[in-house]
Design a protein around this ligand. Structure first.
Ligand SMILES: NC(=O)c1ccc[n+]([C@@H]2O[C@H](COP(=O)([O-])OP(=O)(O)OC[C@H]3O[C@@H](n4cnc5c(N)ncnc54)[C@H](OP(=O)(O)O)[C@@H]3O)[C@@H](O)[C@H]2O)c1
Length: 291
């Protein structure tokens, strides 16, 4: 598996397996499939309600813990120093692991600076190896850089051919903060998967459109986190290291950028404050109430 060195000297696999929207049973089955197929990075979150299933799958796979790069994320309801410390301990217990390889702040609302300090302390205590952010925009990235001791290793953001986040990436590149791409294949959007420029490349390289998109991510230096519950897709999504897109082909895919976010489209009618309230005003979910 190809890896990158992050800004803290720790290696991270060049592609991962995402488990968003998988029920615990499907999650356990799919993570075992993924590990058997060769994935070594698994991306879950408190909010996905399947961390226990990820922990079970890692154990059942028989693969040594140190060969797996495990990522999870904590939500704004657990931000602030003390609450984040507790959330980290609870997460470790659900995942049934002594350490997390990469812990992310899931979204940019609430007391994320307090939470960041808890993440930094968790690194010192050996509970977490690397830390980062997700869905953080320039303003909050700068806030973390100005107020934290540790420069984030990763910003996990929506990223695919229709939404390439060029402005934010300039800032991330400056601090060697690597991009992880969520919705890497546009959440399975049929329009993206039948885009003529991508179909032509798939025919040229005898690959699927999804493989062309995932290869594009890796050649751009992004870490894509495709999710699938289909064993054929899980396997084929990893078969992207036996061909290389040319610079012209990369440029043609870059030209598909329309700055269109699938994730934010349903939020376009509300302000950032309302969006923040959606996360901070609801009752704390019972993350332990999962199979
Ligand atoms: N940080 C955040 O806020 C955030 C937000 C969203 C997601 N994420 C992370 O990013 C991961 C991926 O996001 P996502 O699952 O929403 O989007 P995605 O990976 O872009 O798309 C998943 C969809 O693509 C389909 N698909 C996958 N491989 C395929 C293939 N080879 N051929 C045809 N269809 C294929 C899947 O269907 P099948 O199951 O049928 O293959 C599924 O419907 C998540 O699991 C999660 O880890 C993070």
């Amino acid at each position: 598996m190809k890896t990158y060195m992050m800004n803290n000297g720790v290696e991270i696999p060049a592609i991962g397996f995402g488990v968003f929207m998988l029920t615990p049973d499907d999650c356990e089955r799919c993570v075992i499939e993924a590990l058997e197929s060769g994935y070594r990075l698994i991306d879950t979150a408190n909010a996905y309600m399947n961390e226990r299933a990820v922990g079970r799958a890692m154990k059942k796979s028989g693969i040594k813990r140190e060969e797996i790069f495990l990522t999870t994320k904590i939500m704004p309801c657990d931000f602030g120093y003390e609450k984040a410390k507790q959330a980290i301990n609870d997460t470790l217990a659900r995942l049934d692991t002594p350490y997390i390889d990469l812990l992310l702040l899931h979204i940019r609302f609430g007391d994320y600076i307090g939470a960041w300090k808890a993440l930094e302390d968790a690194v010192s205590e050996g509970k977490v190896k690397s830390i980062g952010i997700s869905n953080f925009e320039e303003k909050q990235v700068i806030d973390i850089l100005e107020n934290g001791r540790i420069v984030p290793q990763i910003d996990q953001i929506e990223c695919h051919p229709y939404f390439q986040e060029r402005t934010l990436r300039k800032l991330l590149d400056k601090y060697n903060i690597r991009v992880e791409s969520f919705y890497p294949v546009g959440h399975g959007d049929k329009k993206l998967l039948s885009e003529p420029a991508l179909v032509a490349l798939a025919e040229k390289y005898k690959k699927t459109v999804v493989q062309i998109i995932l290869r594009w991510h890796t050649q751009e230096g992004f870490i894509p986190l495709p999710k699938s519950s289909n064993p054929e897709h899980i396997k084929s999504n990893l078969e992207i290291f036996d061909f290389t897109l040319t610079e012209v082909e990369l440029e043609n895919i870059r030209a598909l950028d329309t700055d269109t976010s699938y994730f934010a489209s349903h939020l376009s009618a509300i302000t950032e404050e309302e969006h923040s309230r959606q996360y901070l005003d609801r009752p704390h979910p019972d993350y332990n109430a999962q199979k």
